[in-house]
Design a binder for this molecule. Structure first.
Ligand code: XIL
Length: 343
């Protein structure tokens, strides 16, 4: 029997995980060991976002990112850099730039410094993150305002120039929504028509027990692959508690009173029946991934265990969620075994 998930799927795709400072710390022995056994790709969950790595024009913080890269290299793991150009967790100085020349210069400095430092070490980059609205139009950001839509190809070109061997990805969420999918395809075709290198697309897998459907996920994988690029499932977590947009008819912005059962249905322990549902959902998802293994480069979980997951606090603070394969004590859940035993 193989030792961990990375061995189970070694001939299919990489099995990745997002980590934060807590998992880099060598004192976190249990999770350190688990990461080595189960995963062969690492994404920094937060450490390389501009706000953390490049908070001011002339200030770069490389302490944690150096450690993360060191840990991955020591264990022969693939590294997915995340992320170079994103409107969120964005350093304030970028938001203030209005002038196009200044924006080009600061993007160059940002990309040259970070990609240059890890050239040959970081295997792939999420060059641009979340540039699209859910209706498929381009999101209004400081980058779009200053440079127009071709800031996208500029970001890819700048990255390629510094590290020609790195794989370059576009990454976004809700990539299964038809309008957004159409927008993404149009955007990538435009980038390709400009002669810009783009190697892959990351579909963030922030999903839940019922949505998106397997059919929608499949259609998306197939259509993205038809662009001649790789598909990665990034940021996979399957929420077992309802998101505001799941409450039928509810306003997404409505504030739910604490104590509302719809807000935190399983605060202490996930009932067995839901554990089983989660395991079945993961099984169906991985069956689909295996069916399309020729198109899929990597599947990355967004966190090691349920306690680490951002889904406990997002989009409503203080809820308890159980979206991953390991529980809060780093024990394997039913969902782990359904993925492990699938092959
Ligand atoms: C999230 C992290 O998981 C949180 O810890 C942080 O507070 C906010 O960002 N899309 C992305 C990720 O591309 O970088 C986000 O990560 C989740 C949504």
């Amino acid at each position: 029997k193989p030792n961990g998930l990375k061995e189970v799927y070694k001939n299919n795709f990489l099995i990745g995980v997002a980590i934060n400072a807590n998992q880099i710390n060598e004192k976190n022995e249990v999770q350190n060991a688990l990461i080595k056994t189960e995963f062969n790709s690492i994404t920094p969950e937060n450490i390389m976002k501009s706000l953390l790595i490049h908070p001011k024009k002339d200030t770069f913080n490389f302490e944690l990112s150096d450690k993360l890269v060191g840990l991955a290299e020591k264990n022969n793991m693939h590294i997915q850099g995340h992320t170079l150009v994103w409107h969120s967790q964005l350093s304030p100085f970028f938001k203030e730039i209005k002038d196009s020349t200044e924006m080009v210069n600061e993007l160059k400095n940002h990309i040259n410094t970070i990609v240059g430092r890890y050239k040959g070490k970081i295997d792939a980059w999420d060059v641009v993150n979340e540039a699209l609205n859910d209706d498929g139009t381009l999101r209004k950001t400081a980058f779009l305002d200053a440079l127009g839509e071709d800031y996208l190809s500029l970001a890819f070109d700048l990255t390629k120039k510094v590290d020609p061997d790195a794989e370059l990805y576009y990454n976004d969420y809700s990539m299964t929504i038809p309008a957004k999918r159409a927008g993404a395809i149009k955007m990538i075709k435009r980038i390709q028509e400009l002669g810009t290198k783009i190697d892959g697309i990351g579909m963030q897998g922030h999903w839940d027990l019922n949505t998106p459907s397997i059919e929608e996920i499949e259609k998306s994988i197939v259509e993205y692959a038809e662009l001649g690029i790789k598909v990665a499932i990034t940021e996979l977590d399957v929420s077992v508690i309802p998101m505001p947009w799941d409450f039928s008819g509810a306003d997404v912005n409505v504030k739910f009173e604490s104590g509302d059962p719809t807000m935190n249905p399983y605060p202490e322990k996930l009932p067995d029946s839901i554990q089983v549902k989660l395991a079945e959902r993961y099984e169906a998802i991985f069956k689909l991934f295996l069916k399309h293994e020729d198109k899929i480069s990597r599947v990355t979980f967004w966190g090691v265990n349920d306690g680490d997951s951002w889904k406990n606090d997002w989009p409503i603070n203080g809820r308890t969620n159980y979206p991953l394969l390991f529980d809060r004590n780093n024990e394997k859940k039913k969902a782990y075994y359904s993925v492990f035993n699938l092959k």
